[in-house]
Design a protein around this ligand. Structure first.
Ligand code: NAP
Length: 254
């Protein structure tokens, strides 16, 4: 009995400490990144990977093209999403998510980390997603691909402790991906970047901006089954049809 009481106390203390750490993280200012990485150093942000990106030489070319540059931070930003019930998705979209979201980040980290390790301070940011923190129905392959990037970043953070490795796990951001959706849960791209700068070097994973950190804490506190039941039956149908309408309007008039 006494052992159980001690275990219970330990679990409660851990939870309490976790919450204190979370609240502290919301208000803690970021590091001075200019001082940390050096004024004039370069930040490489990955974008379109183009045809041929599934060969090693493609990534060697990127590394070689950066030869003369003092790259201090590599931000693996590239990513695409697709929403809907898994078997209703076109196979080409499933393939695309794996190709775009998983392969380039793996290769770029493999190529750039040895070079970054030569600097006193350097960083690797992998833009994951809140959808990669727990299985999110109707996001299936996207959710899985972001869990992949999240775990990649977090394992790299252990393997290379001298690097500032960060898995950035935002919720919704006003970008072309969300068709610049605006509501109280969606932050601007600038706010997302500011959130990133506040947590880089401080932690291995974070939602970044305080708004998304709060959303992360809230969603993680809800049992996964309940979250997915509510999401699938009450939120996703409207959410996905609005997305499809925006996509239709964008493609019909562009
Ligand atoms: N927006 C959100 O709500 C949100 C939430 C959580 C996580 N994220 C993540 O944030 C990152 C940036 O997304 P975003 O919101 O800024 O979306 P975005 O504006 O659509 O940008 C996506 C990025 O991926 C690149 N890309 C798209 N299709 C590609 C393809 N077929 N091959 C190679 N590259 C391709 C784009 O390059 P080009 O510009 O050259 O096309 C762009 O750099 C992604 O990893 C996304 O998963 C976004």
């Amino acid at each position: 009995m006494r052992v159980l009481a001690w275990v219970g106390l330990f679990v409660l203390a851990r939870k309490g400490l976790g919450w204190l750490k979370f609240l502290f993280g919301l208000v803690r200012p970021g590091l001075d990144l200019t001082a940390r990485y050096g004024r004039g150093s370069w930040v490489l942000v990955t974008g379109s990977t183009d045809v041929g990106s599934n060969t090693e030489s493609f990534y060697d070319n990127i590394l070689n093209a950066c030869e003369g540059l003092d790259v201090s931070v590599v931000v693996n930003n590239v990513g695409v999403d697709v929403l809907g019930k898994y078997c209703s998705l076109p196979v080409k979209d499933v393939q695309k998510i794996i190709d775009v979201n998983c392969y380039p980040v793996s290769m770029l980290c493999h190529k750039f980390i040895p070079r970054l390790l030569k600097r006193k301070h350097a960083g690797v940011v992998i833009v994951s997603s809140l959808a990669g923190e727990f299985p999110m129905a109707m996001h299936n392959i996207y959710s899985a691909s972001k869990a992949f990037t999240d775990f990649l970043a977090r394992t790299l953070a252990y393997e290379y402790p001298s690097l500032d490795v960060l898995s950035l796990r935002p919720s919704e951001v006003q970008t072309p991906m969300t068709f610049h959706k605006q509501d109280m849960f969606t932050i601007t791209a600038r706010q997302c970047a500011e959130g990133l700068c506040r947590v880089l070097g401080r932690t291995a994973y974070s939602e970044g901006h305080w708004n998304h950190q709060l959303q992360g804490a809230l969603y993680n506190a809800v049992p996964e089954g309940l979250f997915n039941h509510v999401f699938m039956h009450h939120i996703a149908p409207e959410f996905i049809s609005k997305r499809r309408l925006r996509y239709f309007l964008k493609t019909a008039f562009c």
